[in-house]
Design a protein around this ligand. Structure first.
Ligand code: IMP
Ligand code: MG
Length: 178
C-alpha cells in the first residue's frame, strides 16, 4: 500500500457509467445478433465490476471466462512485459470472443492479449475497454468499443485499483496526491 497520502476526485459517476454500458450493450447485441457461441472474456482483476454490469445488460446467450495478465504490481507505471498468470478455462477455437478490459493505457496488455486470443482461431474476436487513455499509447491498439476516453490521469474505482485499494468505489475517480 502506498505511503503517500492522496484523495480521490470523482471523474465519471456511477450513473454515467450505467448509461454508457446500456448504450454499448445495444451495439454489442447488434454485432453478435444470432450467435449462440459468444464467450465474454474478462481480464482480471480490473474488469470484474465492468464485466458484471455489462453481461447483465446483454440480451444474448453467452458464456463468461476469465484471464489474468500480469499488472503493474503496486506501481503506477506499466512494466511493458505482459505475462499470463491465469489462462482461460475453456477453448475459444471457432467461438465468438469479446475481450473485456478496464483501461487501455500504453496498449501493451491489450495488444498482447488480442494476439494471444487471435492465435487460438476464434470465429470472431472483438474487444471492449471501459476507459481509454489515448495520449499514453506506446503500441497502436484500439478497442472495438470504448466506454470513455480520459486524459492522462491515474484513475481508480469501479474495479480499478491503486495498490489494490479502491476497487469497490461505485464511480471512477482520479487519484490526487496531497
Ligand atoms: P497497458 O498495458 O499500459 O495498456 O495497461 C493496461 C492495464 O494497466 C490496465 O488493465 C490497468 O490494470 C492498468 N492501468 C492503466 N491505467 C491505470 C490507471 O489509471 N489506474 C489503475 N490501473 C491502470
Ligand atoms: Mg488490468
Amino acid at each position: 500500500m502506498s505511503e503517500r497520502p492522496y484523495v480521490i476526485d470523482q471523474m465519471i459517476s456511477a450513473k454515467a457509467i450505467a448509461a454508457r454500458i446500456e448504450a454499448l450493450s445495444r451495439e454489442i447485441e447488434a454485432e453478435f445478433a444470432g450467435t449462440n457461441k459468444l464467450v465474454v472474456v474478462g481480464l482480471l482483476r480490473g474488469s470484474f465490476v465492468f464485466i458484471a454490469d455489462l453481461v447483465r445488460e446483454l440480451d444474448l446467450p453467452i458464456e463468461v471466462d476469465f484471464l489474468e495478465a500480469s499488472s503493474y504490481g503496486d506501481a503506477m507505471e506499466s512494466s511493458r512485459e505482459v505475462r499470463i498468470l491465469k489462462d482461460l478455462r475453456g477453448a475459444i477455437e471457432g467461438r465468438d470472443v469479446l475481450v473485456v478490459e478496464d483501461i487501455i493505457d500504453t496498449g501493451h496488455t491489450m495488444h498482447h492479449i488480442s494476439a494471444l486470443m487471435a492465435s487460438r482461431a476464434p470465429a470472431r474476436l472483438r474487444t471492449i475497454a471501459l476507459l481509454d487513455k489515448p495520449t499514453r499509447r506506446e503500441v497502436e491498439v484500439k478497442a472495438d468499443w470504448t466506454g470513455f476516453e480520459i486524459p492522462d490521469e491515474f484513475v481508480v474505482g469501479y474495479g480499478i485499483d491503486y495498490a489494490q485499494r479502491n476497487r469497490n468505489l461505485p464511480f471512477i475517480g482520479k487519484v490526487r496526491f496531497t
